[in-house]
Design a protein around this ligand. Structure first.
Ligand code: G3P
Ligand code: CA
Length: 253
């Protein structure tokens, strides 16, 4: 079908449901993404990896152990093996039978829904060529023709640089971890990232007014992660961030 003329997204303050509304439903499942839609989050975020037989699936950890009833690394299991797993029961009985979603079904399901999509390339260094594969999937599902529908982000900045060059029209983000930048984020890095990223998404503990200004001066946006309580939500809002990444979308209201 042709792309919708206009989709009305929620919120001037960008309220991103982290791994879906993962405080309310099992992370990185359709249940958690549907919940994000129901709660009128601006966007939902999830993590993409690749199966042994080359399919793109949504899973945070590099193994299925924590969030399913199976065992093993995503890259050592076939799609068929992964689709048999229960990705909901660990979170609560009422979610029994939730499946590990594929990237394709997720993009198709939310294409015309009033919510934006944030795709994290999780450990892309384990999956050579995943940037090209994700870009191809975005084109194939018609996502690239809907302005600002999708952001692609990663902790791996070189992967994002690669992605930007493959698909310059899609927005991109660099995620900044506390362990890698415990001494703060150097300005030189921000300048480097500016060449290929629209968003800088740091651990909230790295955020202060000066960092927000440096990011805004470079015409980028900042969305700290992962906000779990009202106090932290208020603190980062007071520092002038553009939005936040949270397990509880009600905190961004
Ligand atoms: O969106 C940022 C956040 O998702 C990064 O941390 O470990 O939840 O993927 P993680
Ligand atoms: Ca993530």
């Amino acid at each position: 079908p042709p792309p919708p003329k206009k989709i009305n997204y929620h919120g001037a303050f960008i309220n991103v449901a982290h791994r879906g509304a993962s405080g309310h439903a099992p992370e990185n499942t359709i249940a958690a993404f549907d919940k994000a839609v129901a709660m009128h989050a601006t966007s939902f975020e999830f993590d993409v990896q690749r199966t042994k037989d080359g399919h793109l699936v949504i899973m945070h950890d590099t193994t299925v152990d924590r969030t399913t009833n199976g065992k093993g690394a995503v890259k050592d299991l076939t799609l068929k093996q992964i689709r048999k797993l229960d990705a909901g029961s660990w979170f609560g009985k009422s979610f029994a039978g939730e499946k590990v979603p594929t990237l394709r079904e997720t993009l198709k399901r939310y294409r015309t829904k009033p919510i934006r999509i944030v795709i994290e390339l999780k450990k892309p260094e384990l999956y050579p060529g995943i940037e090209k594969q994700v870009a191809h999937m975005l084109t194939k599902t018609g996502l690239t023709v809907i302005p600002s529908k999708v952001t692609v982000q990663s902790f791996n900045a070189s992967s994002i640089k690669k992605y930007h060059h493959l698909q310059p029209r899609v927005k991109t983000g660099v995620i900044v971890s506390l362990t890698e930048y415990s001494k703060g984020v150097p300005e030189q890095k921000l300048t480097e990232w500016k060449a290929f990223a629209n968003y800088i998404n740091p651990n909230y503990k790295l955020v202060n007014k000066s960092l927000v200004k440096k990011i805004h001066d470079r015409k980028m946006k900042i969305l700290p992660y992962t906000i779990l309580d009202k106090k932290t939500a208020t603190a980062v809002r007071d520092m002038g961030v553009d939005g936040m990444i949270t397990n509880y979308p009600e905190l961004g209201k």
